[in-house]
Design a protein around this ligand. Structure first.
Ligand SMILES: [Cu+2]
Length: 200
């Protein structure tokens, strides 16, 4: 009789624990692994042929993510619209030919940029960057959303050719999974405890 009760309780508790683990597994990649969004430089925005444009010209990432610009065709640059020191983009790619350029966006916000060979800095002004993207100008926009973040930004110049990482869909914080996982774990523990006491 004792064995029957125990046999029924433990699988139920085990199932709840498995569910809790699955929920936690769901949550972990979005919080731990920063994603990378790839932008083709010198490719038609929304297309696949060579053009003096960025593709995609407008990307949305989560704070902590990296944008990876990789040269598709031509001679271009990637210059930030923001100039903390006038005349000097806060970030840019000095040697874009045959190379790629990575920039990690630590803080939420809207960051615009332009190719200094084919566009004017003013065309990347956040106030009219969308219109200029639509008009086919070689300007781009990175919208950084989500989680609070502290610290600066980091640039990495690559030798080029490295395969870009596909961007995983990431929606930022998922607190409900934590709550659900915790609830399931507590329920499982309670079931085991009750059964253990019943047997004692
Ligand atoms: Cu260009």
């Amino acid at each position: 009789m004792r064995e029957t009760v125990r046999g029924a309780a433990l699988p139920a508790a085990g199932m709840l624990l498995a569910l809790a683990a699955a929920l936690l597994a769901m949550m972990t990649p979005a919080q731990v692994d920063a994603a990378t969004a790839t932008v083709q430089v010198g490719q038609q925005n929304g297309g696949s042929i060579a053009a003096s444009q960025f593709n995609a010209a407008s990307v949305v990432v989560t704070a902590g993510d990296t944008v990876h610009w990789t040269l598709f065709n031509g001679v271009h640059s990637v210059n930030a619209f923001i100039e903390t020191t006038p005349g000097t983009p806060d970030w840019n790619s000095p040697t874009p030919v045959g190379a790629s350029f990575d920039h990690t966006f630590a803080a939420p916000g809207i960051y615009t940029y332009y190719c200094s060979v084919h566009a004017q800095r003013t065309q990347a002004d956040p106030a009219n960057v969308d219109a200029n993207i639509a008009a086919g100008a070689m300007v781009g926009k990175v919208t950084v959303i989500g989680v609070a973040s502290v610290g600066g930004v980091a640039d990495v110049l690559n030798g080029g050719g490295s395969a870009p990482t596909a961007r995983a869909s990431s929606t930022g914080g998922v607190p409900w999974t934590i709550a659900a996982a915790a609830l399931l774990a507590v329920t499982a523990a309670a079931i085991v405890l009750r059964r253990t006491r019943a047997r004692a």
